[in-house]
Design a protein around this ligand. Structure first.
Ligand SMILES: [Zn+2]
Length: 155
């Protein structure tokens, strides 16, 4: 079973010009922004300042990767469990220029273990995540049971 991906495991090594110490001590959400800096610049977006607590987003396990889907533009990017802040590199969190807090499951490693034990793709979505993708994931994991068929009358 391949390890589950997050910002931390996807970009473990320092990029050129960075010491291992500097890379490891930079908060993970900021490491992600560094990796995505060219895209950020191309989209004309500033680095985020401050936190907008009114807009929560949810971490979702999607085919073995922890992702956050942006409620502003629906693009998805890797999530950082050690640094639960989100900044969309495509829309700058609806142009607000502020971080949004990321809701993670209380027992992340347990969620991962259970998701890896199921057959099929490694998926999980928070019960409070309102996105369509999250609803799809919840339905795949725990499909609603069909009511028992009534007996066929007159046959
Ligand atoms: Zn966005």
């Amino acid at each position: 079973m391949p390890p589950i991906e997050s910002v931390e495991s996807r970009w473990p090594d320092p990029p050129p010009g960075w010491s291992t110490q500097d890379w490891r001590t930079t908060p993970a959400a900021e490491r992600h922004l560094h990796v995505m800096r060219e895209l950020l610049a191309r989209n004309g977006l500033p680095r985020p300042t401050g936190m907008d607590e009114t807009q929560q987003v949810h971490a979702r396990l999607d085919h073995g990767r922890w992702l956050v889907q942006c409620p502003g533009c629906a693009s998805a990017q890797h999530a950082a469990h050690s640094d639960p802040r989100f900044y969309c590199v495509n829309c700058g969190n609806r142009g607000s220029g502020q971080w949004w807090p990321v809701v993670w499951p209380a027992e992340r490693t347990e969620v991962e273990t259970q998701a890896q034990a199921r057959s099929g793709p490694v998926m999980w979505a928070h019960a409070q995540d309102p996105s369509l993708a999250a609803r799809d994931v919840r339905q795949r994991i725990d499909p609603p049971r069909r009511p028992a068929r009534p007996p066929h009358p007159g046959r």
